[in-house]
Write a new protein. Structure first.
Length: 228
């Protein structure tokens, strides 16, 4: 059964419960310095502290909106698959359902954020929640949302000690290494055809470079090129 929330404080295992607020309500949340994220290959993400402060601010604000805004529902439906946030998402007029993998409970808020941002766009609140892409559509819009999702997971892994979770770790590493476009186009080969063609023409050899990097980092094919 899905979990209906006006958000839900099902979290990345992370944000509001751990954030320490200053005595002044207007002060920004304080977070500890991020630690390196390491996968079995030894590849590391070293998140910047100031950048993570910025990410924590909007993640906290978004979590509070998901929890408290009465104008919409975020519904979490459990799945046994290690799916990405975009897989199985269903938008309604004032609701969004996201498939949340049972094996990635720490990642719940990240999946909610993905659905929440799409719902905010549909409800005419894109500029409020995606100020860096207020007019973006199509692939540019999706890229802006996925970029935020990757940052939210890097925050969780580097600052709040969330547990590794394959799909989001792969996304976070790809974003950190500069391969976000290649990741999206490879993982979602049936979408964004025009943008993919233009990107490939402007970046010859980039897809092969991404595949080699992914194999070296994760010792398997990237999503979209592997059997499952």
């Amino acid at each position: 059964m899905g979990r209906r929330t006006r958000g839900s404080l099902v979290s990345l295992g992370l944000v509001v419960a751990v954030v320490v607020m200053e005595a002044c309500a207007a002060a920004a949340p304080q977070i500890p310095p991020p630690r390196p994220i390491v996968v079995h290959s030894g590849a590391r993400i070293r998140a910047d502290h100031e950048r993570m402060k910025e990410v924590n601010e909007w993640v906290t604000r978004e979590q509070e909106n998901i929890q408290n805004d009465p104008s919409f529902w975020v519904i979490g439906a459990s799945t046994v698959d290690e799916s990405f946030p975009w897989q199985g998402m269903v938008l309604g007029e004032d609701s969004v359902t996201v498939q949340m993998p049972l094996g990635g409970q720490d990642a719940a808020l990240v999946y909610q954020i993905y659905g929440h941002l799409h719902l905010m766009v549909q409800m005419g609140r894109q500029e409020e929640w995606l100020p860096e892409a207020p007019d973006a559509v199509g692939y540019d819009l999706e890229r802006a949302i996925v970029d935020r999702v990757a940052d939210a997971w890097i925050l969780g892994r580097s600052v709040f000690d969330t547990q590794p979770f394959g799909p989001l770790d792969e996304l976070a590493y790809a974003k950190d290494a500069g391969y976000l476009d290649a990741f999206i186009f490879t993982a979602r080969p049936d979408e964004f055809a025009e943008s993919r063609t233009r990107w490939a023409r402007e970046n010859p050899g980039a897809m092969e470079e991404y595949r080699d990097w992914f194999l070296e980092t994760f010792n398997r094919e990237p999503p979209g090129l592997r059997a499952n």
